[in-house]
Design a protein. Structure first.
Length: 75
């Protein structure tokens, strides 16, 4: 088992998977943010990133990252 550096918090974590680049703590936080934003968008379709940020307290950078990685999409 090797160690990798988390792309978000830069802490080292044990990993066997080549595609694994996020530690479990950051992965949990990202998942929580994704669920929070999706729940908000279900009730407020067409909301802007700023509106989502103000209502959910999820950081704008995190919302943008969710969009860039395909975990969240605006239709």
């Amino acid at each position: 088992m090797g160690f990798k550096e988390c792309q978000f918090c830069h802490q080292f974590f044990p990993s066997d998977l080549p595609q694994d680049d996020t530690c479990s703590r950051c992965r949990s936080e990202i998942d929580r943010e994704r669920k929070t934003v999706r729940a908000y968008l279900e009730k407020h379709q067409g909301a802007s990133i700023m509106e989502i940020n103000l209502a959910t307290k999820v950081p704008i950078k995190a919302i943008q990252r969710l969009i860039e990685t395909g975990a969240l999409s605006f239709k």
